[in-house]
Ligand binder design. Structure first.
Ligand code: TRP
Length: 461
């Protein structure tokens, strides 16, 4: 028995065995619905090029630094979020708990969108009427609307996705999933690139590429900047301190800077590729692109991908394969989100694993049901045109994640010995980068993120 326990605890902190192992695991959690589903529709809504431009700038200035910071805190303390902050400065234990609110809000609606993916997968397999083979882009739009406004369908598919996620966490089979993701994630990347090239060759698509890349500065507003910032946090999985846990498993000889650059580049590339499938598709397949861009929101990926698959020979098969891979990317992300909450409940709340899973599942059930029915029976609960799902999404990404990021920077910059973090990152000869890192963490990031947050929330320009 004792041997077993020893073996288990060894395993627990045995860490990622190779350098590539760490990058792949972190990228596996980073690449998910945020890249495929969220980035393209936000880019469409917030004015295309200007959103992408802001996103890339923010990723270079803040995204990378915050990712490095979270990983360094994790590796230095060797603990996940609550333990990490307690170890750094016991005054900040509360902050560990505060961070947990973010994944708790995100997971339920993540499962709802995951459910939409399951629905589309099943519909492609079954050759659903009004979806597979439809030649008119408005027909595929109607299929989606009928689905999400149904009083029970979104709920059923949400439950399927939620069950899969909780099942994997409860039975502790994440390792198997991680192994599979090493094959399936590259497959997703390959098929996405092929689709991107195909869509870009369609008549009219180039206008979409222009919309996606050429910034129109008249469309720049604080709302756009806040939107891009929220998306950056969401997509890179930062601003909720989960990357601290990943860092705690990282071997000491792995270079934090290089790995972070790799993760951030991989993640952004994925987002840009999905944007280059979905936005040019709007221009190639719909009669009124401007209308589709502004009015579709969360449905954009589903409707536009269907239009793409319906236009290619053997499109149904391609559709099935693609949705399987997207589903996989979504599951790896949702599993690591749930795992991060369950781990804290077990370690700090002293709960049994199964009790923790049931607790998280209950939260998912309540909040996720609200989100999933928010486009149909509960549409009356919308606030100023925002559905329940949109409200949770906005609250987590545009309000809470920036707050978590600001506090993380303040703690690391002012309330602990910053040298600990700097040593952990090991800047070696790159003194200029070390200076830059310190200035961003201490001053630039907290001030700028706070300014973006306040103006984005309250100023109407
Ligand atoms: N980045 C993930 C995506 O793009 C979502 C996500 C946010 C996430 N924070 C996370 C996943 C933490 C795992 C862990 O879909």
């Amino acid at each position: 028995m004792e041997e077993k326990i020893a073996e288990f605890s060894n395993k627990k902190r045995s860490g990622f065995t190779s350098k590539l192992g760490f990058v792949l695991a972190a990228a596996g959690s980073a690449v998910g619905l945020g890249n495929m589903w969220r980035f393209p529709y936000l880019a469409a809504q917030y004015g295309g090029g200007i959103f992408v431009f802001t996103y890339v700038l923010l990723a270079l200035f803040f995204g990378l630094i915050l990712l490095m910071l979270e990983i360094a805190i994790g590796r230095n303390t060797g603990k996940s979020v609550i333990g990490a902050f307690t170890k750094l400065n016991s005054k900040f234990k509360w902050f560990g708990y505060f961070c947990l609110i973010v994944p708790t809000i995100i997971v339920p609606y993540y499962c709802v969108i995951g459910g939409w993916v399951v629905k589309y997968l099943f519909s492609f397999i079954g050759g659903a009427e009004g979806l597979v083979g439809a030649t008119d882009a408005t027909v595929t739009g109607t299929f989606f609307t009928n689905f999400i406004s149904s009083p029970w369908q979104p709920l059923v598919f949400f439950l399927i996705f939620a069950f899969i996620t909780i099942g994997i966490v409860a039975f502790g089979v994440q390792k198997g999933i991680e192994r599979m993701s090493k094959i399936l994630m590259p497959a997703l990347a390959v098929i996405a690139v092929v689709l991107m090239i195909y869509v870009m060759c369609q008549p009219g698509a180039m206008e979409g590429v222009g919309y996606f890349f050429v910034p129109d500065f008249t469309k720049l507003s604080f709302k756009t900047v806040l939107g891009a910032l929220g998306q950056l946090f969401y997509s890179l999985s930062i601003g909720m301190c989960i990357m601290i846990t990943y860092g705690s498993y990282m071997k000491k000889d792995v270079n934090i800077t290089t790995s972070s650059i790799q993760i951030a580049s991989f993640d952004s590339l994925f987002a840009i590729i999905s944007g280059l499938i979905i936005i040019p598709a709007v221009f190639a397949f719909s009669a009124n692109p401007a209308d589709v861009m502004t009015n579709n929101g969360p449905s954009l990926m589903f409707i536009q991908l269907t239009n793409v698959f319906n236009s290619i020979p053997l499109g149904r098969v391609v559709g099935i394969v693609f949705f399987v891979l997207v589903l996989f990317a979504a599951i790896t992300s949702s599993v690591s989100l749930v795992e991060s909450i369950v781990a804290v409940l077990c370690e700090n709340g002293k709960m049994k694993r199964i009790t923790a899973c049931i607790t998280v599942f209950s939260i998912i059930l309540v909040l996720g049901s609200l989100s999933s029915l928010g486009f149909g029976p509960l549409s009356g609960l919308a606030i100023s045109g925002k559905s329940i799902l949109d409200i949770f999404d906005y609250l987590a990404n545009n309000i809470l994640m920036p707050i978590v990021a600001i506090i993380t920077c303040l703690i690391a910059g002012w309330f602990i010995d910053t040298n600990i973090i700097k040593k952990e990152i090991c800047f070696e000869k790159k003194k200029w980068f070390e200076k830059y890192f310190t200035i961003v963490v201490k001053y630039v990031a907290p001030i700028c993120i706070l300014a973006i947050l306040i103006t984005g929330l309250f100023v109407k320009i």
